[in-house]
Design a protein around this ligand. Structure first.
Ligand SMILES: Cc1cc2nc3c(=O)[nH]c(=O)nc-3n(C[C@H](O)[C@H](O)[C@H](O)COP(=O)(O)OP(=O)(O)OC[C@H]3O[C@@H](n4cnc5c(N)ncnc54)[C@H](O)[C@@H]3O)c2cc1C
Length: 404
């Protein structure tokens, strides 16, 4: 008898699972259920409309380090399907990817629609049914099959793939929790730090490499920090937001942080004092500092930029060292990073067999994508987790179908 696979969720993970199941298992009926009127909506807007499909990192252990949640658990799956496989998978279907300087990979077309078109073509080719406006409210195990309850009626399935994505509202996971699975508190990850009406807002658009530390914690990150008109963003801040997601949530996003703009700030300051004794501070070039940033720091420290180095008093020297090494800020909230944001939390990984992505509690129930407690930094890692998970699910279901 032909087996039926119901994939719940028409996003990246749902489509990748469904297509690979249909292609590899062959004699199966695959149905995707999507609660909204459109599938692949996040793929469409991803990477600013260009879809950052994956990241050019080709060593499983290195790749897994880009996941603050899931690092250990993804290592095994990455040995089965990772970046190189993603590039090959799309290439075999006519979609070439290109790499940017920072390692992010996009379709050569620079359009997320290319990815969507590729998926649509595959769905049509394999006769996968896509049911829109079909919201699942319950999945029940009935003998050795499933009954999937939706707003449009009930469906029977031999295998169910849960690919409903992440969401920072617990309600989203209620019926999954009803299956007996533990949900790790879902909270936002990948966000920027707000500094409303701060003098740094005038530096909007300026980016510097810096080390950012959250005061009173072990959380710190080195990377590009971008000034915006509402606070700070850039890869360094986003990565830090992911690492410290739970801590910052607990603090209601009101927290102190320090920025080290240059290493060994004290040495740098002292190195200027004698050789540049008669030079005005404003005429001093500090490597990597645009002059407006240097002026901003001096103004923040209430140090007259017209002063000569020789005329700085002890307190001003100390202030300068502090501004370079421990420039302090108080964040008052967060802002969603429009290019990419994800949910930290979701189905607890201990309850999932990471070799197959099957539930350890309910046989023939699988998980794929952001619904799991897996999330990555910005840069194509979140889609890579969806492709890897989707492939693992397809592999596992194919083996069972072939044995049946
Ligand atoms: C603006 C933005 C840009 C991003 N850009 C990138 C990027 O460039 N690169 C990258 O790697 N990552 C990016 N991400 C993250 C990436 O989009 C997600 O990690 C990825 O889409 C997760 O895929 P998913 O299929 O698990 O979930 P989703 O894409 O969220 O899909 C889940 C689907 O399930 C449906 N659903 C939910 N509940 C039900 C239900 N009860 N019944 C039926 N259907 C249901 C939802 O409507 C949705 O269509 C971005 C995220 C955002 C928000």
């Amino acid at each position: 008898m032909v087996k039926t696979v119901v994939v719940i969720g028409g996003g990246a993970a749902g489509y990748f699972s469904a297509i690979n199941i249909a292609e590899m298992a062959k004699d199966v009926e695959v149905v995707i259920l999507e609660k909204t009127t459109k599938t692949l909506s996040k793929v469409k807007v991803s990477g600013g409309g260009r879809c950052n499909v994956t990241h050019a990192c080709f060593v499983p252990k290195e790749l897994s380090k880009f996941y603050p949640r899931g690092e250990k658990e993804l290592l095994g799956p990455f040995h089965t399907f990772m970046t190189g496989d993603t590039i090959a998978w799309f290439s075999e279907r006519g979609v070439e990817l290109k790499m940017e300087e920072d390692g992010r990979m996009f379709p050569v077309s620079n359009s997320s629609q290319t990815i969507i078109n590729c998926f649509q073509k595959e769905v049509d080719k394999h006769g996968i049914k896509v049911q829109l406006s079909t919201e699942v409210s319950q999945v029940q195990r009935k003998q050795d099959r499933f009954e999937v309850v939706t707003n449009k009626g009930k469906l029977q399935a031999d295998y169910v793939v849960l690919a409903v994505g992440g969401n920072s509202k617990l309600k989203h996971y209620e019926w999954i929790a009803g299956l007996g699975h533990t949900i790790v508190n879902p909270i936002p990850s990948l966000f920027t730090f707000n500094l409303k009406n701060h003098t740094s807002n005038q530096l909007m658009g300026l980016a510097l490499n810096a080390n950012v530390r959250i005061v009173g914690t072990k959380y710190e990150e080195y990377g590009p920090v971008l000034f915006t008109h509402w606070g700070m963003s850039g890869p360094g801040i986003l990565k830090l937001s992911a690492k410290a997601a739970q801590y910052l949530f607990d603090k209601s996003y009101q927290f102190k942080y320090e920025v080290e703009w240059i290493a060994n700030g004290d040495e740098v300051v002292h190195s200027f004092r004698k050789p540049k004794a008669s030079t005005q501070l404003s005429n001093t070039k500090i490597e990597g500092f645009p002059s407006r940033f240097w002026e901003y720091l001096l103004a923040k420290g209430k140090i007259d930029s017209k002063k000569r180095w020789a005329d700085l008093n002890k307190a001003e020297i100390e202030k300068l060292i502090q501004l370079l090494s421990k420039d302090d800020y108080t964040a008052n909230g967060k802002t969603t990073f429009k290019e990419e944001f994800v949910t930290s939390g979701g189905v607890q990984l201990k309850e999932v067999n990471m070799k197959t992505m099957e539930s350890k509690l309910i046989p023939n129930l699988y998980f794929s994508g952001e619904v799991l407690n897996i999330d990555g930094y910005t840069g194509g890692f979140n889609f890579q987790a969806a492709w890897t998970g989707g492939f693992m699910v397809a592999n596992a279901i194919t083996e069972l179908v072939k044995k049946a």
